[in-house]
Design a protein around this ligand. Structure first.
Ligand code: GDP
Ligand code: GDP
Length: 463
């Protein structure tokens, strides 16, 4: 599930160029985590049908004294959590001391490292790369990230077991005649949509509890687990993977995706794992609904906004919990609320709760919003209803002229879930300006009373 590739190397070897090439195949699901991770970048990419995460570890300078310190922190963690490491070197400059320092470090890791000589365009690649065998990391893989040459072959090699597994899974599913529950999958088949909707209704809600370090995730998870009947807990987790905890509340099944690593040993609960960006991103990908925990005492940080960006890009249903709402005076509360409005005003679909995980205040109400968000994200609306709403929107406010002709919206139907997709067919719809698309989006959201989930609208030319 969602393998991870880390790009490592000294500055200027072409890591960002490769990162951009890999991630631009999908609407750049890219997040920066300033402060927390220095200049590291996370993005999502796809090869064949396999999605994977790419991390540009940045920040590794490899100077003799700096290397240990630099690598010690999140970069080291990224290397540790990655499934494959691409170690980039510059074919045009040959081996230097930084490369050697990084290579030495990587040789000590028990990891799959691919030594990649970049910038082999327009030079004699064979002789340029010969030098790099001295780094004792085995085969040297020549690429030109700027042109993309050699890149796909390299990624296929690095993710071979995962690509094969995903292909085998797809084949097995096809042969068994059973399509996977494709929550993001786009389909126009009415029967398939009905089946998927039913499937969602029957399944537990996968609820990811995410947030930056110290916002109170463990405290909240403990509070939830302490109060509810926990069916199973203490499943083994690894550093890079969240713990999945099935639970039930008022006849609704949930699976908590616990990124904080709360585990119970007998009666003692302890947070066993430290914060990991990779783990958090994977949890967001895998959740149906994300519960983003913010810290009222420390305000909204850039890291919070980065996480939010990732959640939005992933199209996840969302509930926001502003934690540590205890012991604040009214002035402070007002200040925090206006900061929230100012910085989070752009997400108009998510409910915001003010809670105290420590005292339990407000925690019970979170479930209502989580259920509401899940329902909004997974309920189908009929073609006639969607078309009717679309027509009303069009009557209230006509689409603009494009090259002297009026854009005509013809009909709308559902196209998938979590997030819900609405497909609009019509004439010249591909030329609709963004402002009109936003208008339609808001119109649908208001009319359908969708709460807690983003909506995606896609346009198709003609009938
Ligand atoms: P980073 O510091 O490792 O992230 O390196 P960048 O991606 O910023 O690249 C450093 C420089 O190398 C930039 O000027 C790139 O345009 C250039 N570069 C990157 N990849 C290639 C390549 O495949 N061929 C050539 N000729 N130049 C490249
Ligand atoms: P995590 O890193 O997100 O899992 O955060 P923790 O649950 O470990 O909490 C970090 C710190 O915040 C701990 O000292 C908690 O006791 C404290 N904390 C968590 N929730 C609350 C709360 O609702 N109110 C107050 N005042 N402190 C809290």
């Amino acid at each position: 599930m969602l393998p991870v590739i880390a790009l490592v190397g000294r500055p200027n070897v072409g890591k960002s160029t490769l990162f951009n090439r890999l991630t631009r195949t999908r609407d750049a699901l890219v997040a920066d985590f300033p402060g927390l991770t220095r200049d590291r970048k996370y993005g999502q990419a796809k090869i064949e049908e396999l999605e994977y995460l790419v991390i540009d570890t940045g920040g590794i300078h490899g100077d003799e004294e700096g290397i240990d310190a630099e690598m010690a922190n999140q970069s080291l963690q990224a290397i540790d959590e990655a499934d494959a490491i691409l170690f980039l070197v510059d074919a045009r400059t040959g081996v230097n001391a930084s490369d050697q320092a990084i290579a030495q470090h990587l040789r000590m890791q028990n990891k799959q490292v691919f030594l990649v000589a970049n910038k082999t365009d327009g030079i004699d690649a064979d002789s340029a790369i010969a030098d790099f065998y001295s780094l004792a990391l085995g085969e040297v893989h020549p690429i030109a990230a700027a042109q993309g040459r050699g890149v796909n072959v390299l990624i296929e090699l690095a993710l071979k077991p995962f690509v094969e597994e995903s292909a085998a899974n797809a084949l097995a599913l096809a042969e068994s005649g059973e399509a996977e529950l494709a929550i993001d999958e786009f389909t126009e088949d009415e029967d398939e949509l009905a089946r998927l909707e039913q499937q969602f209704a029957d399944l537990p809600i996968k609820l990811g509890i995410v947030g930056r370090p110290n916002v109170g995730k463990s405290t909240l998870t403990n509070r939830i687990l302490g109060e509810e009947r926990v069916v199973v807990y203490d499943m083994p987790g690894t550093t890079r993977d969240s713990i999945y905890i099935p639970m039930q509340r008022e006849d609704q099944d949930y699976v908590l995706i616990d990124t904080a690593g709360v585990r119970r040993r007998g009666k003692v609960t302890e947070a066993v794992e430290k914060f990991s960006v990779i783990k958090t991103l994977k949890a967001i990908e895998d959740a149906n609904v994300v519960l983003l925990v913010l810290d009222a005492k420390s305000g909204i940080s850039d890291q919070d906004l980065s996480l939010l960006g990732f959640i939005l890009n992933a199209g996840r249903a969302l509930v926001i919990a502003v934690n540590k709402w205890d012991g604040l005076d009214q002035d402070t509360k007002d200040t925090i609320k206006s900061e929230l409005d100012r910085r989070l005003g752009f997400i108009d679909f998510a409910r915001v709760h003010f809670i105290s995980a420590l005292h339990g205040t407000g925690v019970g109400h979170l479930y209502e919003s989580v259920q509401e968000a899940y329902k909004s994200a997974t309920t189908r609306t009929s073609t006639s209803m969607l078309t009717r709403i679309m027509q009303m929107a069009q009557e209230d406010h006509q689409p603009p002229l494009v090259q002297g002709r009026r854009v005509k919206l013809r009909y709308a139907h559902a196209g998938g879930y979590n997030p819900p997709r609405i497909v609009i067919h019509g004439n010249q719809v591909l030329s609709l300006p963004d402002s009109y698309k936003r208008y339609l989006m808001n119109y649908f959201r208001r009319s359908l009373k969708t709460m807690g989930t983003p909506i995606r609208i896609e346009f198709k030319e003609g009938t």
